[in-house]
Structures are given as C-alpha cells and as structure tokens.
Design a protein around this ligand. Sequence first.
Ligand code: C2E
Ligand code: CA
Ligand code: CA
Length: 433
Amino acid sequence: MNSDQRLVRRILYIGAAIMCISGAGWAPVFASQDNYLGVLLDLLMLMCGVGVVLLTWASKQRAAFFILLGVCYAVIVLMSIFMDIPSAHAPRVAHNYLLVLSMCCMFILRQERPWLRNVMVAVPMITFVGFASTNWGIASGFTLPDDLRIWGAWVNTAFAVLAAYCIMFVLLSGNQAAFRLGQELRRGIENHEFVLYYQPQLNHQQKVVAVEALVRWLHPQQGLLGPAYFIQAAEKSGAILLLGRWVMEQAAQQLQHWSQNPTMRGVSLSVNVSVTELLRPSYVSGVKELLQLYAIEPARLKLEVTESVFAEDFSLVVERLTALREVGVGIALDDFGTGYSSLAYLKRMPVDQVKVDRSFVRDIVTDPHDQAIVASIVQLASSMGFSVVAEGVEIAAQRDALQALGCLQYQGYLFAQPMLLDDLLNYCQQHQS
Ligand code: C2E
Ligand code: CA
Ligand code: CA
C-alpha cells in the first residue's frame, strides 16, 4: 500500500467513526422523542458506518467511499429538510457536514475522471449554500423541537468542525510524510542505496528476448524496499527526476556491456518512465546524450509508460515519445487496458508494444471475458503494428491460454522473479535465443 492509499484509508475510517458515533448517539435521543424518521436515519448511518469499516478493511476503498458519500448525503439532506428546520431560537446545523463531505470528495476522487470529481464536489457544496442561505424546510411531526435543537446545534457544529480538523490533520501529516520521504530518497540516491533488479521477458520458445529493469531501495534501516513504497513519494517530491536519471544511466551502462556479450547482445532493456520525467524539457536530449555516450543501439532500449501519462498533456507526451521513436528507441504501453484511453487516442499514441496488464492474465484460464479482452488486444495490436507482451504470468496454464490467443511474449513469476544482474546473466545463458 502506498502513502496515498494509507491517507484514503485514514479518511474513510474517520468518516466511518463519525457515522457510527452520530448514528449510535442520536438514535436513542430520537427514540425517546418517538421520532422514528430520526431513529431510522441514524440506524442507517450506524449500519453503513460499520459497512464502510469492513469494506475499507477489505481494501475496497472506492466502494466504501461511494457508500459513505451516498448515505451521508441522503441522511444530511433529509434531516435538513424534515427535522432540522431553523427557527428564531436555533439555527440549522445538519448541513455543516456537507462541507466536510465535499473536502473528502476533493481528495479521495482526485484520480477519478475530472467531471466525476467536479460533480461530486459541487453537489454537496451547492446543497450547503441552499440550506445555509434559507430557512426552507418541510414542517411535520418529524420536525425537532427547539429545546433539542438548541443543544444539538452545539454538538453537531462542534462535531463537524472536529471532523474537518481531523481530515485536514491527516492530509497535512500525509504531505509531511511524503516530504520527509522525498528528502530521504535524495539522500539515498546520493549514498548509492538503490539497486536495479531485472526481470526477463520470454517468447513462446522459452528464449529471453527482453528484460525489464525494476528499481529497489536497499534502505539502511528498513532493508530492501519495493517501488510501491517510494515511487509515488519520489514523483510528488520531484526526487523521481534524480532517481529516473540514475536508472537510465545504469540501463545505458548495462546495454553497453551487453553489446559485448554474445548472450545479451540481442536482448533489449526496458526502463519504466514516469510522467514527471517525460515532461521535463530536457528529457529527450538527456536520453539521446546517454545513447551517444555509451554508444548504444537505440532499438535495444525500450521505455515503458502507462496510459495515464497521456492524461497529463496528450500532445506534449505524443511529441516527446515521437521524438524518442525517431531516434529509434522503443516505446511500450504498460498496464495496458487499465486506463481510460479510447481507441481513437490509441491510434495517435506513438508506441511499439503493449503490455497486457496482469489483471487480465490472472483469471485468463477460466474467465471468458478476460479471454475476449486479450484476444481483442492481440488483434488490435497486430492490425496497428504493435507487439504484445503479457505481464504477471504465474502458471503454465496462463501461458498456454495466452499462446492460444496469439500472445507470444511473456513476463512473470512462471519464468523468473526480478533478480540481480549476475543471476540474470546466468538465467539468460540458459535461455538464450
Ligand atoms: P510494472 O512496470 O507494472 O512492473 C511489473 C511489476 O510486477 C513489478 O513489480 C514486478 O515485480 C511484478 N511482477 C512481475 N511478474 C509478476 C507476476 O508473475 N505476478 C505478480 N503478481 N507480479 C509480478 P515491482 O518491481 O514492485 O514494480 C512495481 C511498479 O513500480 C512497476 O510496475 C513500475 O510501475 C514501478 N517501477 C519500478 N521500477 C521503476 C523505475 O525505475 N522508475 C519508475 N518510474 N517506476 C518504476
Ligand atoms: Ca513496467
Ligand atoms: Ca505493468
């Protein structure tokens, strides 16, 4: 789990705690007043709060958030209209929670499509403005008496402010943690604490045709750390520029050595590139310089980008990748099928290879949908002139199913885990083309 996911979890737990406490706290008060609408809404909050905790626990954060959002919004609106109607003695306060809900939407949905995020942030805000600016409500037997609403206003406002404070605190502490990690990353790069692992890609004849470089951090206190722990913080803090440069230089050095090694001469090397690196104005010239400095045949180097890099600035990313391809460097589209790119966009993406994401490979043996998706990707790739490699191949049956669908290049634990250089060279010797 990366640092952002940890923040989302914390926010969901705070939201669930508020739902449970207010549900459990107010239900008996409403029951004592024979206000069954209030009891019903509070029991709903309590149950959904428990549901949010369980879903978050089971790593289903997205489902947990949409339940939290939907139920809280509906309960707040119903309470504001039917129960918490302002009077000369007590203001309406239930709607204050809508602002907290908006803050959560802004952060938790930050990686969703912009229209979805904007709508989800705007709806609670606009509803807040409506309730805060009018005395509107529908008086009925469910309307709360002023004596209850006078102290309820203090309790609910204090609770909403406390919730806003907790969320701001969690966000700030997350940022500070990412900042500290960024500083530590820079120190780690200076102290040569990073190591490249290599994972081979094989063809259907069990021969190594390419290798992917995957970075690890040999942390002095915490031991060997995978990229899930630090890549996001490296991107946020800008340390990815230093780290990416280091990875690229290591890759260039290896390619130079490999050009003199008969086993490795024909093997290409893939390097993962993040969008921050790609958008740096000097990125293309930096890669060209390295190719020259180490006298590397450009076709031996492949850069892996995910579809999400195109979301940042489509034309600029296309321009950068086109410039790299013109030099002869290969471009692979990583985690293919998990993004939102349409076929019309795909046509304009300057790529040579697509990497079928491991989520489609996992159940390929049994799931006809995954089989249909992979068959379409293979067909699409062949008609557009891309090669296809499947990642996350863990068992022989997956490889066989992929082969039957026309995918003839594989990467995964079935063949080899990412390994250190010496092990890779031995492995390649045993599986040379
Ligand atoms: P990725 O590019 O999708 O890399 C493949 C990930 O899948 C690797 O995780 C690899 O160890 C793992 N993997 C390989 N075969 C299997 C398999 O059969 N089953 C399963 N379950 N997993 C498999 P890793 O090394 O932890 O890297 C995670 C991600 O970190 C990479 O995903 C890549 O996006 C990023 N990353 C790694 N190195 C770099 C780097 O130098 N620069 C940048 N910007 N990102 C990097
Ligand atoms: Ca990759
Ligand atoms: Ca991948």
